[in-house]
Design a protein around this ligand. Structure first.
Ligand code: SF4
Length: 368
């Protein structure tokens, strides 16, 4: 569609202005110095943006009026808007639909269990990894989220958690839409703010990045002052099966992936989580359980067994709970920590692999 003249000007302004909340702390300081402002002013703004979730300059009341006006003229802040929430009648989990400034949408989920409120966070609009058990894969990759969009998303999720449950998120998992390590630079920039005590102040023990296994990028997370937890979405014990359900395996076969994981500079007491979605007659045999034991030998690990959420158009079937228990027993008998992960949010399409199930419907309903 051709834009009218006025719209062109408006669009170009958006993209040439400095997006202040897309800057790292160091970049923010550099920017303030470049406009002849003191470093401590940058620190004040940083605090407003990330520990007080400010989304406009007027609310930054300890800055002078002239500085607020200067910032409002030369820069802008990112907007991520909550458009809809859906609450699970089964377990109280909440799915959020969020709108981005370019009329794209993402979904996030608040997973509620007895002790934790976990924000399941998206890193991309769509995903290009093509995992066969995942709804997000069906729309392909539309674009990466900026670091500011990741942060604003978390702030919106936190606001809903406070409103609905009277408390803030305790944990974050990058397990929503997208492959976080396919958007590495923006992820790292966001993580620096999430884990910074002057920023969002999450403990690195409470933040998990889940990946289908882009191993050369996993090692880059260990350059952060405190690396988050790492979860690998494994889901198979041989290349043939993994190639079929996770095309990424064709580029990085299991042996190489595990070899790379063995080389990670894991701090003491940190373990890698292996996610294993059990798919009936695909990867759920007792031989699979035995192979898994051999594969994870000498990797400090814990295993999450995930029961597949079967939907109307699913290609895969859910396995019987008895068989999940048998699979688990083989692992625990061999000394592994293997938890069966309760599938939260399944009735709201908010469970693992279900995000963006209704993408086109939602987009049609809420686009301006
Ligand atoms: S499971 Fe994760 S990595 Fe795989 S297609 Fe879905 S969103 Fe992408």
């Amino acid at each position: 569609m051709k834009l009218k003249k006025g719209e062109e000007i408006e669009q170009s302004n958006i993209f040439t202005e400095i997006v202040l909340d897309n800057l790292s702390r160091e970049e923010l300081i550099d920017y303030f110095i470049s406009i002849n402002e003191k470093k401590f002013r940058a620190d004040q703004v940083y605090k407003w943006l990330y520990s007080k979730s400010a989304d406009n300059f007027e609310s930054m009341t300890d800055l002078s009026k002239s500085l607020r006006e200067k910032l409002a003229t030369g820069t802008r802040l990112t907007k991520v808007t909550l458009v809809e929430t859906t609450k699970s009648k089964i377990d109280g989990s909440i799915k959020l639909l969020l709108k981005l400034e370019d009329n794209n949408f993402i979904e996030s989920v608040i997973l509620k269990d007895s002790t934790r409120l976990t924000g399941c966070i998206s890193s991309q609009v769509g995903c290009r990894m093509g995992c066969k058990f995942c709804n997000t894969a069906k729309i392909g990759l539309i674009r990466n989220l900026s670091s500011a969009e990741i942060i604003r998303q978390i702030q919106r999720v936190n606001e809903v958690a406070l409103k609905e449950y009277g408390k803030e998120l305790s944990n974050l998992v990058f397990m929503g839409m997208g492959e976080p390590l396919d958007n590495l630079n923006n992820l790292i920039k966001a993580l620096e703010i999430i884990l910074d005590e002057n920023g969002m102040n999450f403990s690195h023990r409470k933040v998990t990045v889940s990946t289908c296994g882009i191993s050369n990028n996993i090692s880059k997370l260990f350059k952060l002052k405190n690396a988050p937890n790492i979860a690998i979405s494994l889901n198979a014990t041989n290349d043939e099966t993994r190639n079929n359900i996770m095309p990424v395996n064709k580029k990085l076969p299991l042996n190489r992936l595990l070899e790379d994981i063995r080389k990670l500079p894991l701090p003491k007491r940190k373990r890698i989580t292996f996610e294993y979605v059990l798919l009936k007659n695909i990867n759920d045999s007792l031989e699979d359980a035995k192979r898994l034991i051999k594969m994870l030998h000498k990797i400090p690990s814990k295993i999450n067994l995930i029961i597949y959420n079967q939907t109307e158009d699913s290609k895969f079937e859910q396995i019987d709970y008895d068989n999940v228990l048998k699979f688990q027993k083989i692992l625990t008998d061999a000394g592994f920590s293997a938890l069966i992960r309760k599938s939260l949010g399944a009735d709201i399409d908010g469970a693992c692999g279900q995000l963006y199930a209704n993408y086109l419907k939602k987009r049609g309903k809420y686009v301006d």
